[in-house]
Structures are given as C-alpha cells and as structure tokens.
Ligand binder design. Structure first.
Ligand code: PTT
Ligand code: SF4
Length: 610
C-alpha cells in the first residue's frame, strides 16, 4: 500500500496497553482517512449508547493519505469522538505538527480508549509509545503546558493538548495546538479531559512512502505557483478569513446580538482593516503556502490569533465593538481550550435570558466586556453560573425552560457558527443537515446563495448543499488537508485527484469523490440514528428564531425563513440523498454505497424503506 501506512496505533489508557492494528485496505480506499476513517472506526468499535464522557468513548486522531507528504496545506488532522455536546458524531479539523509527525511515525491514525487513573499524556516516537504522568501539567493553560512539553521533548514535537476547560469537562472544550490552532468544536477537548489525558506528543523519523514522489513534488510546485499567482493572494496574506466580516455585513449575514440581526452598527471596528492596524504576526499550519493565522496585539498587549468566526461570535454576536477586547476573549478561549463559536453563542444567549428575566440575576447589557471576560473564566473552571453555562446552549435552555428554546441557537446541540440565516434558506439547510450539528465547514453554501435568489426554496438549493457537503465535508475532511486553497484561491480540485494518484497509485474521479461523500454522509447519519434511537426530521431543523423573529435592521429588514419552504427543502434533500422522509437512509442507498453492515443495526432501531 502506498500513501497510507495501513497502521493504526491503539492506546488503552485503563489497561496501559498499546498495540498496532493493520486495518483493512478496503477502509482506506473507500473512506480515505480523516473523517471517513474516523466514522468507520467509531461505527465498528464504539459500543452503542456509550456515555461520551465515560472511559468507553473512543477518541480518534486521523490523518489522510496526503498528510506528511508536504503537498500544499496538508498539515491537518481530524479529531473525532462521540460528542458530549450533541451525543452524536463529533469531530474537528486542526492544523498541527501532530498530523505530520504521526505519519512520519508510521501511523494513519491513533485510537484512544479507556481512562487513566491520574493525569497523563501520551508520548509517541515511531514504534515507542509511552503513557507518561502529567500531574505537573494538569491545571495549566494550553500555552504554558505546550511550552513545558516542548522544553522536555524538543521544539519540533507535534503537540495537541487541552486546557482547564477540557479538564473540567466543559461540553464545548476543544483541543489546541501551536497556541492558536483549535479543533474539535463538539467537546472533543472534554473527551480528552474525561480520560485524564492532557496531551499527545508525537515524533516521527520516517518518510511517508508514496508511489510517485517526484510527480508529487512537481504537483506541489505547480500548485504553489498557481496559488501565489492568484490576484487575491496578497490580500489573503493581509486579512485571511478576517475579510469575511466586511462581506458578511454587506450581505446582511453577520451574526449580531444572538443571531437576531444580520448587520452590526460597528462592523467596521472589527473588520479585516481594523485587524491589520493591530496585526503583529502571521502564523500557519504545517506545510501551508498561504498562511492565514493573523496574530494581533490584544487590549492587554498580549498576542491573540484571530479568525472570522472568533471575531463574529465574540464581537457582533455579543455586541462588543472593540477588536482589542474581542482578541482578549479569544486568547482566553485558546488558553483555556474553549470553542469560540459555542462560547459566543453561550454568552449571547445568557445575555438575552437576563434581559428577558429568565434568570434571576442582574440584567446584562450587550457588549459588557468585563462581565464577559469574567464569565469565560467561570465557564472554564465551572464556577458559579459558569457551571451551568459550561453545558452549552441546548442544555441551559432545557434547564431554564419557558420559551428560551426559541432563541437557543443550535442544531442537535452544537451551537451555530457565524452566518445569520434569516434570509438564507440554503445555508439554514446546510446547518440543519451538517455532519456534526450546526457548523459551516461542510457546506458554506451562503457565498453561492447570496448570488442566486436568496428567498427561494428550490431543489437546486438542496442539490448545491449536497454537492458542497460531499466535497468539503467528505472529500477535504477525509483527505484531511486544508480546503482553503480550493475555497479562497480557486485551486483546481484536479490537483487533489492527481496528488492522490501520485501518493496512492489509485485513480479517483470526480464521480468517485461524489460517491465517497454519499458514503461518508450516510454512515454518519446512520451513526446519529443508532445513538439517538428515536430519530425524526425535527433534528434537522434550525431554531425558531429564524422562522419567527424577522430582521429589524438593514436592507433585508422584515426577512425571515418560511417554515413550509424549509420543510420542502428538507424533502428535496432527503430524496437526493436516498434517505426516507424522516431522514433515515433507505436500504437501496445502503447497498449502493457498500454500507450493508449498517443494515442489521438500523433495522433493530427503525423500519428501513426500500
Ligand atoms: C473550526 C472552528 C473555526 S472555523 C474557527 S475560526 W474559521 C474557530 N477557531 C477557534 C479558535 O481559533 N480558537 C478557539 N478556542 N476556538 C475556535 N473555534 C472555531 O473553530 C482553522 C482554519 C479555519 S479558521 C477554517 S474556517 C478552515 N477550517 C477547515 C476545516 O474545517 N476543514 C479543513 N479541511 N480545512 C479547514 N481550513 C481552515 O482552517 P473545528 P485550525 Mg479548526 C484560534 O477546528 O473544530 O473544525 O472548528 O482548525 O487549525 O484552527 O484552522 O473562520
Ligand atoms: Fe492553516 Fe490557514 Fe494555511 Fe489553511 S490556509 S493551512 S487554515 S494557515
């Protein structure tokens, strides 16, 4: 086998045992790596109904066939587990040297189960794997702990780790790497914390074996030249994802005051140009040729790495108009290891609840920086009201009851990322049907939707969501490389197919990629159904706010989603996916995609249509 190492490292923390598993070649060919491999592993080995915070949950770190080959922007890794936030499939994609080092060490993935008796970390150096004590690291923030691990194991170590939020089982705790890379929105950091696992440190000394090394090198050079000659390249280096603030404001999709509006009066204070004024550095994931890690000096004169999502969720969505202060909240989130998107949702939801008198506490004002800063710490340490807020919007809303569910902005328990959908039905569908709950990574259809008719509910829109989910949510997540060269600088998909062929010797066509998407999406859907049991289409519907409370400001004032229209979109979506009208995959679809092994499990839970 070329491209893949064919080996998965298995670590059982309870038994303090490690082993190497040579996984079936068919898994590599049909699921590629990253997300595809992760869900295949979870389906096979995670006992149905596992409590996500119990030792039985399985944590998967999965690279892809191009990782570590130095192909453009290939230093990415998927981290997955059953999510403590959603109780369904959860993952994230993190840029980290762990991705590269893991493959150099000879593994495509690491699978971690069990629970250590005391704080520990895993140290991997090629075939040598140790479970080491982490008592002196437990309690430290991610920056300090990573610094100490580097002092001990060398600067070039790949390290992913958690902060106090993961240790304290905040349900939206993430993994952090390199101080500003975060991955695993649906609480993958809490899964690590529940296993008393502070960090994973990796060193590899081998080269990843590819079929045609010189062809891959040539492709890398050509792709780099293509990217660098794109007219947008220099502006990308200036602003990266931060350019999206201006775009979102212009298109009335900038999440504002808990997703009640799509425009923010102070958008220009927090956009890419304001960011450029306080920018001090530019960082990147490994092997990146178009770096986008904009580091700014924050309000407390410390470095903080900003992205669009962080700024929109901790800025306009909580009514905070000062980029330096937003950067402080963002830095704290990185140091504690909390997902910024969920955090921005929780803070906004809490503010609105106090304003509506649903919580017996002083009424909060939008943009109240000091209180927000205080709350971030309370959440990380589960202190006072932070203990409830650490549960995430869905559980806080269930706890408070009344009408709070109407403005609790999540799908399946995962808080919504930074695009308002009052006037974007396809994007609402993308959130409704994304693989992990409301995240934009699978289908960022909004860029296309604002150019076509924003208010229509057509079959074409459902088809576009699926097309993007298959390419972004399945192909890129399973290659595990960064998708931004394709999204932002139009790098042709054919490069990736050629690179795959040069690495593995296998020819994948665009049709194969589409099929891969159908297979991975359908298996992920089966996983949700298996874990939920009582599946129904209600789980695929975004919160009532977008259907009931129209926009009050901006050029699209008065807009809201149409309930019937959305149901129609969902019908089209299910039909095109080959799922029944409850969103359950049909037998014929399972068979077409080679997912027959799913059949007996689902058949015990629900009736399967032909
Ligand atoms: C991703 C989500 C995003 S998506 C952002 S900003 W974005 C937030 N970043 C956070 C952060 O930072 N700190 C923190 N404590 N929490 C954060 N939560 C949010 O997490 C990220 C980039 C970005 S920046 C994007 S769009 C692209 N995402 C990719 C993806 O998902 N897949 C892929 N194949 N390539 C991608 N390339 C881009 O990567 P999650 P990163 Mg991320 C500080 O983690 O769980 O997937 O959620 O990985 O290395 O930080 O790179 O405007
Ligand atoms: Fe990482 Fe940004 Fe480069 Fe993608 S474009 S690899 S997210 S630095």
């Amino acid at each position: 086998m070329y491209g893949w190492t064919g080996r998965i490292l298995c670590v059982n923390l309870s038994e303090k045992k490690t082993s190497v598993w040579k996984y079936p070649e068919e898994w590599a060919v049909n699921f590629l790596g990253g997300r595809g491999l992760a869900v295949r592993i979870l389906w096979e080995f995670l006992p149905k109904g596992t409590d996500p915070l119990s030792p039985h949950n399985i944590l998967v770190l999965a690279a892809g066939p191009l990782t570590g080959t130095s192909f453009v922007n290939s230093g990415k890794l998927v981290v997955a587990a059953k999510s403590p936030l959603t109780n369904g499939y959860g993952d994230g994609n993190i840029g980290s040297w762990v991705a590269v080092q893991l493959r150099r060490a000879g593994y495509d993935a690491v699978v971690i189960e069990g629970k250590a008796t005391k704080p520990s970390y895993i140290y991997i150096e090629d075939n040598s794997v140790e479970i080491l004590p982490a008592d002196d690291l437990w309690g430290l923030d991610t920056w300090e702990a990573e610094k100490r691990l580097k002092e001990k194991h060398g600067k070039d170590s790949g390290i992913v780790l958690i902060g106090p939020a993961g240790e304290n089982l905040v349900r939206y705790a993430t993994m952090i790497s390199q101080e500003g890379r975060a991955g695993g929105r649906p609480g993958i950091g809490a899964v690590m914390g529940s296993k008393k696992l502070k960090a994973i440190v990796v060193h590899g000394t081998n080269e990843v074996k590819v079929r045609e090394p010189s062809r891959l090198k040539k492709l890398f050079t050509k792709a780099t030249m293509d990217l660098k000659s794109n007219p947008q390249y220099s502006f990308w280096l200036r602003q990266g994802t931060m350019m999206t603030i201006e775009w979102s404001q212009e298109n009335s999709v900038l999440p504002t005051l808990n997703f009640s509006e799509g425009v923010f009066d102070y958008a220009s204070n927090i956009d890419g140009y304001s960011m450029e004024k306080i920018k001090i550095d530019l960082r990147s994931c490994p092997y990146c040729v178009m770096p986008c890690g904009n580091v700014v000096k924050d309000y407390e004169n410390k470095p903080s790495e900003l992205d669009y999502e962080n700024v929109a969720m901790l800025g306009s969505n909580i009514g905070l108009p000062d980029l330096g202060k937003i950067a402080v909240l963002n830095r704290l989130a990185d140091m504690y290891g909390i997902d910024t998107i969920s955090l921005g949702n929780v803070l906004a939801f809490y503010t609105e609840c106090t304003q509506k008198g649903l919580i017996e506490t002083e009424k909060m004002e939008w943009g109240d920086y000091e209180t927000y800063k205080d709350l971030v710490e309370k959440i990380a340490y589960r202190k006072e009201e932070g203990n409830l807020l650490a549960e995430g919007v869905m559980r806080v809303s269930k706890h408070l009851g009344m009408n709070s569910y109407k403005f609790a902005m999540h799908v399946k328990g995962l808080e919504i990322s930074a695009y308002d959908c009052h006037a974007a039905p396809a994007m609402a569908l993308a959130y409704g049907t994304a693989a992990i709950g409301a995240h934009h990574k699978d289908a960022w259809v909004i860029a296309w939707e604002v150019k076509v008719n924003r208010f229509s509910y057509t079959r074409e829109k459902a088809a576009k969501v699926i097309e993007l989910q298959n390419i972004r949510g399945a192909f890129f997540e399973s290659l595990a490389t960064c998708r931004l060269p394709w999204v932002e600088l139009s790098l042709d998909l054919k490069y990736y197919l050629e690179a795959l062929e040069a690495a593995t010797g296998l020819q994948y066509t665009l049709d194969d990629i589409n099929m891969l998407g159908e297979r991975i999406y359908t298996l992920i859907r089966a996983f949700w159904i298996r874990e939920y049991g009582n599946w129904n289409r209600e789980y695929d519907i975004p919160p009532p706010r977008w259907f009931e409370d129209p926009l009050l400001k901006g050029p699209l004032r008065g807009s809201k989603l149409d309930t019937e229209g959305y149901q129609k979109l969902l019908d089209y979506y299910y039909e095109l996916r080959g799922w029944d009208n409850n969103g359950v995959p049909r037998l014929s679809t399972l068979r077409k995609l080679g997912l027959e092994f799913v059949e007996p499990v689902l058949a015990k839970i629900t009736s399967l249509s032909e």
